[in-house]
Design a protein around this ligand. Structure first.
Ligand SMILES: Nc1ncnc2c1ncn2[C@@H]1O[C@H](COP(=O)(O)OP(=O)(O)O)[C@@H](O)[C@H]1O
Ligand SMILES: [Mg+2]
Length: 238
């Protein structure tokens, strides 16, 4: 029995599309500790890198190894897309579904789903169709649904882009709670304030390469690379 699927070790991974390098080569380890944020300009490869870690994008070259076999590692991870993908069912059925997949009995899954909906202020919307929720509500539901089965690793792609302050705050609270229950979070964002509020470590990606991967405090106070310095200053990076 494997106790943890981490670390994830990535070596010389490379992804290209239509002959153009999108990622790589990149080499890094994702360890158990801390909240990891991936930042960088638009189009730098953050989403592709996140998808690669979760297995939604295959590197053409290089290797990706979890602390156990891939099938087992997949069972202990969740991925939340930038635009939430929900089932065409009610709000509560969206919450129940992954719990049932994990083998939980209906009654227990129902009770747990209700607890989570209460936490994200959607209990009253339980029986509504998920598709009529607002953008912020959909994203909260998608994140709660990912966290509820208690996965070891959760990947989030820009979870609060286009959301108002209240939804952003609620989502950040959920993520901080998840960290306390030992869930590893790896999140992309281009909201610098959010990266500062949440990160323990920062991976700075530019043109498909990792320019820095360091403790958040040292990244924000004293970035090493010219590119990260320019990015933090607010310069436009091509
Ligand atoms: N399916 C695809 N086909 C061709 N190019 C793609 C595809 N997906 C992403 N790209 C390109 O890869 C680069 C990185 O994209 P992405 O990972 O979405 O960056 P980010 O999330 O940092 O904005 C961009 O230049 C984008 O246009
Ligand atoms: Mg992206």
């Amino acid at each position: 029995m494997v106790e943890t699927i981490l670390p994830l070790k990535v070596e010389n991974a490379h992804i290209s599309k239509r002959g153009k390098t999108i990622i790589g080569p990149v080499t890094f380890d994702i360890t158990k500790q801390g909240f990891t944020t991936i930042i960088g300009p638009n189009g730098s490869g953050k989403t592709t890198l996140l998808k690669m870690m979760h297995g939604l994008e295959r590197p053409k070259e290089g290797t990706l190894n979890w602390n156990c076999d891939l099938e087992l590692a997949r069972l202990h991870q969740a991925y939340v897309f930038q635009t939430p993908i929900l089932l065409r069912r009610s709000v509560i059925e969206n919450m129940i579904y992954p719990l049932r997949l994990k083998g939980m009995k209906h009654q227990q899954a129902f009770a747990k789903a209700k607890e989570w909906l209460e936490q994200i202020n959607l209990l009253e919307a339980s029986d509504l169709s998920a598709k009529i929720l607002s953008g912020g509500e959909k994203q909260k539901l998608a994140i709660a649904r990912a966290l509820a089965p208690n996965p070891e690793v959760v990947f989030l792609d820009e979870p609060t882009t286009n959301l108002d302050g209240t939804s952003t705050r609620e989502i950040e609270t959920l993520l901080k709670k998840a960290i306390q229950t030992k869930t590893k979070i790896i999140m992309t964002t281009h909201d610098m304030g959010q990266a500062k509020r949440l990160s323990d470590e920062v991976m700075f990606v530019y043109r498909g390469k990792i320019h820095e991967f360091s403790a958040a405090s040292s990244f924000f106070n004293k970035p090493d690379s010219v590119e990260a310095k320019a990015f933090l200053k607010g310069d436009i990076l091509e």
